[in-house]
Design a protein around this ligand. Structure first.
Ligand code: CTP
Ligand code: MG
Length: 165
C-alpha cells in the first residue's frame, strides 16, 4: 500500500489531527494531571452560581499549556503549540463559564459544547498567528466529537474521569 492509495479525505483527516495535536494533548492533560485550587477560587458570579466550578484548576491549565507547548516543540513549532494550547484552555474555560450560567453543575453534559470547546478555542487563537486550511477545520470539527466521546469513555473506565462524557 502506498500513500497514493489512501483516500484523499483520510490524508486530510490525518494532517488535521497532526496539526491540532497540541490542542488534543492540552485538553487531555488536566484529566490526568489536573486538580487542586480552582481558578475561580471557589467564588460565585453575580447570579450566585460558581464562576467556573471545581473542574477548572490552575494546575490543569498550566500543565495543559506546558504539554501543548512541548508537543509543538517536538513538531518544531513551539510557538504554535503554545498558542494552540492556550486557545484550547480558553475555549474549555469559556464553555464551563457558560455551563455555570445555564445552571449546570460541574460535570453536567453539554453536547457539542463539551466536545468542541477546546477545538473552537484552538482554532480561534491559532488562526490569529497562522492561516489554517479550511479543510483542516472542517476535518477536525467532524472527527473530534466521536474521538472525544471515545477517549472520555476510556478515561471513565480507567477511573481518570468521574463522568463518561
Ligand atoms: N481539569 C482541571 N483543570 C482544568 C480542566 C480540567 O483540573 N482547567 C480536570 C478536572 O478534574 C475536571 C476534569 O479535568 O473534572 C475533566 O475536565 P472537564 O470535562 O473539562 O470538566 P468537568 O468536570 O466536566 O467540568 P465542566 O462541567 O465545567 O465542564
Ligand atoms: Mg466536561
Amino acid at each position: 500500500m502506498t500513500w497514493s492509495n489512501v483516500p484523499r479525505y483520510l490524508v486530510t483527516v490525518g494532517q488535521s489531527l497532526w496539526f491540532f495535536l497540541p490542542a488534543y494533548v492540552a485538553n487531555a492533560t488536566p484529566v490526568v494531571l489536573g486538580g487542586g485550587t480552582p481558578m475561580d477560587l471557589g467564588r460565585n458570579f453575580l447570579d450566585g452560581r460558581r464562576i467556573l466550578g471545581d473542574g477548572k484548576t490552575f494546575r490543569g491549565v498550566i500543565l495543559a499549556i506546558a504539554a501543548g507547548t512541548l508537543i509543538g516543540a517536538l513538531q518544531l513549532r513551539p510557538l504554535i503549540g503554545f498558542v494552540m494550547a492556550l486557545g484550547a484552555m480558553l475555549g474549555d474555560l469559556a464553555v464551563s463559564f457558560i455551563k455555570r450560567r445555564l445552571g449546570m453543575e460541574r460535570g453536567a453534559p453539554l453536547p457539542v459544547g463539551d466536545q468542541l470547546d477546546f477545538v473552537a478555542g484552538a482554532i480561534a487563537l491559532t488562526g490569529l498567528v497562522v492561516s489554517i486550511p479550511l479543510s483542516y477545520i472542517v476535518a477536525i470539527v467532524i472527527v473530534t466529537p466521536p474521538i472525544h466521546l471515545g477517549t472520555n469513555a476510556l478515561a471513565y473506565i480507567l477511573k481518570l474521569k468521574k463522568k463518561p462524557w
